[in-house]
Design a protein around this ligand. Structure first.
Ligand code: NAD
Length: 489
């Protein structure tokens, strides 16, 4: 095969619609090692000029790119729904939130990346937040646009160039978003490569890449960190979670919080890093909780084609993901658990024609069942019972993952006191998942959920290194000096 430009044509990734798997949504061409190398070199060549343009011009370019994305919100959301199986309302929300985040970066970058100078008796100290150079962004499929822009926007604002490798499972809408941004930027400062592990490894291990920002699973993260280590390249790792949602005995089990809770587990078919993945309820409230949860699910959980109005839960991402989730639910049932079906089904959807998995609440699963002890990343959630708070905390914190969690209580002080003791990077109170996010709150994991932060000032700080110019007071003109081997007083 020959590409339109002449040279040999590489392999192609075809992306199907998970709601209707016979429908081809689009294709992207896999980037071989030569292409990855060429784009990284081009980014490296462009980066110094981009950094030298100054933050005002950089932010003006980012704003122009953001405006272009905002104008295309609806077609971008539809493309994302088609390629990922996420319902259209979620996709609109994701693109809209990404635009909001871009504007937040533009507003906050000047302070975050400002040079600071102190000039006093102790000396003259200049702190320079310097970009790294070329940043590699490796991103997953479950929220491809926001998770990519959480890296690209601050990295560009700080003066880095960026090469992105999206997931081959949802490469289309995010590529279009990056194309719109690229149109507002100097040539070479932002590029996209496509493929899976080979393209990702070629990018991460490239000697001209100075920082890697990765979001994805733990097993991939270990490979990424090992590859980056061959060049001593620093990494940010945003990984999976097994978030506990803890209901204290006084928690409100009314319809409104229960609807929020159901969607905290089942939005995006449960394929969200910070979904509520284990529900802990005091034993005495079990029956009341199950009844309230099921009736809330009937109201808010409607399974069907991602583009059908009124549908709130689409399919999962692939046939493999569907089979894996069905297997872990069946394994729990084989050990004495009960899987209660939840919600309703859209009559117009051919469920057999997509990667659909029936949403379930799993009762009486043992703590070491995979649905409890691992990240299920799909539309099922276990309900676990506890007797007292100390025993509950020990079980919650026994998990190796520490991304998020939540505490639900009528008493905010009590909720905060318990939340402080949950080993997680982000604990929500009386909500969970994206309704609990804030642009001013840093997000990221502890333990095996990764390191580094996104959002807030901490998320901006990941993309600049503080460098220093220092004239110590004693050696400035007229200074008294110090003995040659002394430390300052
Ligand atoms: P994944 O780890 O399979 O893939 C992530 C990315 O890494 C993809 O682009 C993939 O092509 C690439 N990749 C694969 N092998 C590579 C290699 N050897 N070198 C470089 N790149 C490589 O993850 P996924 O299935 O796309 O995403 C799901 C996981 O992501 C879940 O565990 C989820 O919890 C997690 N996640 C975390 C956050 C967060 O903010 N903490 C957000 C969303 C998703």
């Amino acid at each position: 095969m020959t590409a339109p430009g002449g040279g040999p044509r590489g392999a192609v990734i075809e992306r199907e619609n998970p709601s209707r798997v016979t429908e081809l949504v689009g294709t992207v061409e896999v980037s071989g090692p030569d292409r990855v190398d060429a784009l990284v070199r081009r980014a490296d060549a462009a980066q110094r000029g981009w950094a030298a343009t100054g933050i005002t011009q950089r932010l003006a370019a980012l704003t122009a790119g953001t405006d272009a994305i905002a104008e295309r919100l609806e077609p971008l959301a539809e493309m994302l729904a088609r390629e990922s199986g996420k319902v259209l309302a979620d996709c609109r929300g994701e693109v809209g939130f990404a635009v909001t985040y871009l504007r937040w970066v533009v507003a906050h970058a000047p302070a975050a990346y400002a040079e600071r100078e102190i000039d006093d008796a102790a000396g003259r100290l200049l702190r320079l937040p310097r970009p790294y150079g070329v940043v590699a962004a490796i991103t997953p499929w479950n929220a491809p646009i926001i998770l990519t822009l959480l890296k690209v926007a601050p990295a560009l604002a700080a003066g880095n160039a960026v090469v992105v490798k999206p997931s081959p499972l949802a490469p289309l809408a995010v590529s279009e978003v990056l194309h719109l941004l690229t149109g507002a930027l100097p040539e070479g400062t932002l590029a996209v490569v496509h493929g899976d592990a080979a393209a990702g490894a070629a990018l991460v291990g490239h000697p001209l890449v100075r920082k890697v920002a990765f979001t994805g699973g733990g097993a991939t993260a270990r490979q990424v960190a090992a590859t980056a280590a061959t060049q001593t390249t620093p990494v940010v790792l945003e990984l999976g979670g097994n978030d506990a949602a803890i209901f204290l005995p006084d928690a409100d089990l009314g319809a409104e919080p229960m609807r929020r809770l159901v969607l905290a587990s089942f939005a995006t078919s449960g394929q969200v890093c910070m979904a509520a993945k284990r529900l802990y309820v005091q034993r005495s409230r079990r029956d009341e909780f199950v009844a309230a949860y099921r009736s809330a699910a009937v109201e808010v959980l409607r399974v069907g084609d991602a583009l059908t109005p009124g549908v709130s839960m689409g399919p999962v991402i692939s046939a493999g993901a569907a089979a894996r989730i069905e297997r872990i639910v069946a394994a729990a049932v084989a050990r004495g658990a009960t899987a209660l079906p939840l919600g309703t089904v859209d009559g117009g959807t051919d469920l057999a024609g997509g990667y659909f998995v029936a949403p379930t609440l799993v009762l009486d699963a043992p703590d070491d069942a995979e649905v409890v002890a691992g990240e299920q990343f799909g539309p099922t959630v276990p309900l676990l019972l506890y007797d007292d708070e100390e025993e509950l905390l020990a079980r919650v914190n026994a998990d190796e993952l520490g991304l998020g969690g939540s505490v639900w209580s009528a008493d905010e002080e009590r909720a905060f006191a318990l939340a402080r003791r949950v080993e997680a990077g982000f604990v929500f109170v009386n909500t969970h998942n994206r309704t609990g996010l804030s642009l001013r709150a840093p997000f990221g994991g502890v333990k095996r959920s990764g390191y580094g932060r996104e959002y807030a000032e901490e998320g901006l700080a990941e993309y600049a290194q503080t460098c220093v110019v220092h004239a110590p007071g004693p050696f400035r003109p007229g200074g008294a000096g110090l003995p040659a081997n002394a430390y300052p007083g």
